[in-house]
Design a binder for this molecule. Sequence first.
Ligand code: ADP
Ligand code: TRP
Length: 331
Amino acid sequence: MKKISLTGIKPTGTPHLGNYLGAIRPALDLTKTYDAVYFIADYHALTTVQNGAEMRENIYKVAATWLALGLNPEESLFYKQSDIPEIFELSWALSCFTPKGFMNRAHAYKDKVAKNTAAGEDPDANVNMGLYCYPCLMDADILMFGADIVPVGKDQKQHVEFARDIAIKFNKHFKEDVFTIPEPVFAESTGVIPGLDGRKMSKSYDNIIDIFLQPKDLKKKLGKIVTNSQGIEEPKDPDSCNVFKLYKLFATPEQTEALAARYRAGGMGWGHAKAELQAVLEEHLGVARDKYFDLLSHPEEIDKILAYGKEKARVKSKAMMDKVRNLLGTY
Ligand code: ADP
Ligand code: TRP
């Protein structure tokens, strides 16, 4: 039997190249060797997205992104977290086995408290209980489906470690291997993807490049990548250039070498470099982009695919909850 790779993406906005290179592409690569369980973590997004129309739109965008980039809902399990009520039941049960100190130490919460304190505010200002309990819901996501590995960004390492700790604790308590012990895995090769301004590409920095943009919009967006003020004739350093950093992640080694040589030789302006980046993005993502916009214009197709995933996922989640309820005596 194949091992299980599981991950979730929050529908908090339009998926960007950082999400693609750091999370989606590595997760899709794993579908060759693992059984994949990939889902849309909408109730995690609810800690910040609290508008129905916006949430719905984001869910469609994330679903269409996975599907357009090649996730096969027949071979993989693909669903929306909120469609699986057993996850929320398990989340509560697991929270009763989770030391409160874990949540106090969780990065997202700790960062918020540190920021509030530095600003002289109440430490818990603008912290909702969803943010505080976020890791418990993530434990349930992961342990419900027997994940062996969880491909995530480094920022999620601690959350997966919580899931490990709780799985071990629960299994020990009931003297039974109820939960598989999950392992986080990281896309080491890609590292942190820079955004338009060179900082980490992130929705919260407003420096993203969407995965799917029509050529005209993409050109405009790439025009905003910050470069230095060197003139066309000057030789340039590829390694310190954000355009080149992105190019390298899509181009073949030969293409990369060729563009680096053009940088070093001089006579090539930033506009040329950006046009090369656009060409390589088009080559990789052009077909998927057409599929993405096609799916978005047929949301009923996406609904159907998610309903199918829900049916398949609930066979597993119900079986897991039967086991858990039986141990808890709530059955
Ligand atoms: P954002 O920072 O835009 O809110 P998320 O936190 O929703 O992005 O990230 C979703 C996934 O994409 C995570 O696994 C995260 O590690 C990955 N990711 C996001 N931004 C980047 C980036 N700039 N470089 C590499 N991976 C990223
Ligand atoms: N917290 C993850 C993020 O912010 C998303 C997520 C929710 C997730 N549940 C998960 C990732 C379970 C992996 C496994 O990116």
